[in-house]
Design a protein around this ligand. Structure first.
Ligand code: SAM
Length: 320
């Protein structure tokens, strides 16, 4: 009888997802977070932080390609990039594919995440951490951001969801205001906005706060990140003026060809199509842009979740 290890993520009081682990690679409590990395049958290697899926080697390229190439190919001349979070190195890897990029500063609160990513998930950073254009700063992004003014053409917020962990400080109005200060005049901010079909509050509250901080309606584009439970993933963008969905498919095609980069998911068509939102998503965004008090948005259920975790790891199941 083999012991089968299951990792559970509680999405709501009534929805748990479970990943069967084929091999535990590491389980460690760092100074800031609980981290586990394990091998699975169908998602490759998985990193979880505080019981939340962060990245899988099977599906991470979708998230990281859409996070990086949409703003970079729209802007057309991104040189200086700030990544807040991103400790697995996937966002840095994709950004550094662009020859126009001269400097990438990555601020992560937890140095151990970078060490663990180097050791157990080298295929994700794929050498990005050793690129001469890459600079790693260890610290709370919410503190370090205030050291920058008029510096970056692109800021990528690639932190975990704001569910009580170290990322909480990266979803506040004041942090977004400091991001605006750190951005150059035509700079773009993009941030992971969760899976709004399943739970829209996180995306809506960020769109509302960014709209207020940037004094310009923020927006979203979508990507099919199947390794985040709950449907298509929202990428939130914010700029001082205008929008980032104005390029034609032909222009995107020309810029992609000129960039001469290899991708697995990103294409000019995927980029162009990502901004055509379903009616419910469009309504969510319009509601958030007009909302000045996020408490008016429909909040996820409060913390009356069961502390019940389904029968876990050491239940001995017959190996299928
Ligand atoms: N793609 C994932 C997602 O969408 O949830 C994010 C993955 S990445 C591993 C999340 C990173 O955010 C971690 O490396 C973590 O250490 C970092 N992080 C969390 N809170 C932070 C903070 N306040 N400042 C800087 N980095 C932070």
């Amino acid at each position: 009888m083999t012991k089968i290890n299951w990792h559970y993520e509680q999405m709501t009081s009534g929805v748990h997802i479970a990943l069967r682990s084929e091999k535990e690679l590491v389980n460690v409590e760092t100074e800031f977070q609980d981290v586990s990395i394990f091998e699975t049958r169908h998602l490759g290697k998985v990193m979880r932080i505080d019981d939340g899926i962060q990245v899988t080697t099977k599906g991470e390229h979708i998230y990281h390609e859409m996070m990086a190439h949409v703003p970079i190919l729209f802007h057309g001349n991104i040189k200086n990039v700030l990544i807040v979070g991103g400790g697995d190195g996937g966002s840095a890897r994709e950004v550094l594919k662009h020859k126009s990029v001269e400097n990438v500063v990555m601020v992560d609160i937890d140095e151990q995440i970078i060490q663990l990513s180097r050791e157990f998930l080298p295929e994700i950073n794929n050498g990005a951490f050793d690129d001469p254009r890459f600079v790693l700063r260890i610290g709370d992004g919410a503190e370090i951001i205030s050291q920058y003014s008029d510096c970056f053409d692109l800021i990528i917020l690639d932190a975990a969801d704001p569910d009580g962990g170290a990322s909480e400080t990266l979803f506040t109005q004041s942090f977004f205001g400091n991001c605006l200060t750190a951005l150059k005049k035509n700079g773009i901010l993009v941030a992971q906005g969760g899976t709004p079909y399943f739970e829209p509050y996180m995306m809506q509250s960020m769109v509302s706060r960014l709209t207020q901080a940037f004094n310009n309606p923020a927006g979203i584009y979508m990507g099919g990140c199947y390794d985040y439970f709950g449907g298509s993933h929202a990428f939130i963008w914010a700029t001082r003026s205008g929008t980032i969905d104005t390029l034609s498919l032909e222009e995107l095609g020309s810029r992609f060809t000129q960039a001469d980069i290899h991708t697995k998911y990103y294409s000019p068509e995927a980029h162009f199509g990502a901004f055509f939102l379903s009616k419910d998503m469009r309504d969510y965004v319009n509601q958030a842009v007009k909302c000045e008090n996020v408490d008016e948005l429909s909040m996820p259920e409060a913390g009356d979740w069961d502390d019940y975790t389904p029968a876990t790891s050491n239940q001995s199941d017959d190996d299928e």
